[in-house]
Design a protein around this ligand. Structure first.
Ligand SMILES: NC(=O)c1ccc[n+]([C@@H]2O[C@H](COP(=O)([O-])OP(=O)(O)OC[C@H]3O[C@@H](n4cnc5c(N)ncnc54)[C@H](OP(=O)(O)O)[C@@H]3O)[C@@H](O)[C@H]2O)c1
Length: 331
């Protein structure tokens, strides 16, 4: 392991901008309380406020994080006068329908209205990064990209990104609006982007901000094999948390537990450290709802796994094979 002392020494550029982000980012979905249980405002506010103490300057939220934008509102409350010390990314293009279902709407007028509402909730006149959350099958991606470019030209966002698209979507978007960031799912067991979109972004200096680095807590290593999920816990619906998949995932986490114990780190720190040092990955968006989780995840920065441990992780990943992960909702 090698250690870096300075809190900001590892910060990385956001695309081609002069904005620099911590490689571990705070993912603000769990504090929205829609799939996580035991969420409360006091813990959420303390978690956001702790970001700056632990060297995390990058906050990832979205218009749809919470039935009424609770995640963005909590960020505004917690950050207050420290606005200039953080990089805020939000997303538009998904909202909750009256039936509680996710609705994709990438029409220009919707993206503009959601951006303006997000800025009001966040108590700011511009964000550093605004993503199209997911392409809307009813709206050509070029139309959505065109509106995000206009919002950037008007100064409502410093840069633009897109999430949940493939290479074709990235190229179509980038042709209309220069992309600073791409946000796909990625972790030790979900590595599809390595085949195409990750190298595509790398060649173009587009940052890749990966979500689910901890696979919704599975790779944090704290869920014991015999864990019984609370009926309100949104993770119950994912195949990776049940049956044979769960057993195989636990076998895999056992390998990580052994490595973590050898180097005096936690499983989550090993996993996030591995993630942020993958070529082309700019930041890992780590969801958290308690300050202790945030501190632990921040402890994945400023050191590196040895070649020997990386090789052991490679072998464990190969042994695990591809997990079944379908059945997820976007967050
Ligand atoms: N663009 C998109 O469509 C999209 C989709 C998904 C996520 N995201 C972004 O990516 C972020 C990360 O995704 P996520 O929050 O769903 O998943 P995640 O980061 O993979 O996992 C978050 C969960 O893992 C557990 N956890 C985190 N740190 C831990 C620690 N140190 N020890 C033990 N458990 C820990 C917590 O669960 P418990 O405390 O509940 O056990 C937490 O709610 C989101 O917050 C969001 O910003 C974007």
């Amino acid at each position: 392991m090698t250690h870096l002392p300075d809190m900001t020494a590892e910060y990385r550029p956001l695309g081609r901008t002069d904005i620099r982000v911590s490689p571990v980012a705070f993912g603000a979905w769990p504090i929205a309380g829609m799939t996580s249980i035991d969420v409360n405002d006091a813990d959420s506010l303390a978690t956001i406020a702790a970001c700056l103490d632990v060297g995390i300057n990058f906050l990832d939220t979205a218009y749809c994080y919470g039935p009424n934008g609770e995640s963005e509102r909590l960020i505004a409350r917690a950050i207050g006068a420290n606005r200039d010390r953080v990089v805020i990314a939000t997303k538009g293009g998904i909202h909750w329908g009256p039936d509680g279902a996710q609705t994709l709407d990438g029409r220009p007028e919707t993206l503009r209205r959601e951006c303006e509402e997000s800025l009001r909730r966040l108590g700011t006149d511009r964000v550093e990064l605004l993503y199209l959350h997911a392409p809307d099958p009813k709206t050509p991606i070029a139309e959505s990209a065109g509106e995000l470019k206009r919002l950037m030209d008007e100064g409502k966002t410093r840069s633009v990104g897109v999430s949940n698209v493939g290479v074709e979507g990235l190229a179509q978007f980038h042709a209309v609006c220069p992309l600073a960031a791409f946000q796909p799912p990625y972790n030790m067991l979900q590595r599809e982007i390595e085949a195409d979109s990750l190298p595509w972004c790398r060649e173009r200096n587009i940052s890749v901000m990966v979500y689910w680095p901890l696979m919704k807590g599975l790779l944090a290593g704290k869920l014991a094999r015999g864990h019984v999920f609370d009926p309100r816990d949104g993770r119950r619906k994912y195949p990776m948390f049940s049956g044979e998949e769960w057993e195989k995932n636990q076998d895999f986490v056992d390998h990580l537990r052994a490595i973590a114990a050898e180097i005096g780190k936690t499983v989550a720190q090993v996993v996030v450290n591995w993630t942020i040092h993958r070529p082309g990955v700019t930041a890992a968006l780590c969801g958290a709802k308690r300050p202790a989780q945030l501190r632990e995840n921040a402890g994945a920065m400023r050191w590196r796994l040895s070649a020997e441990h990386l090789a052991r992780i490679d072998r464990a990943i190969a042994e695990r094979g591809t997990p079944i992960t379908r059945g997820a909702v976007r967050s």
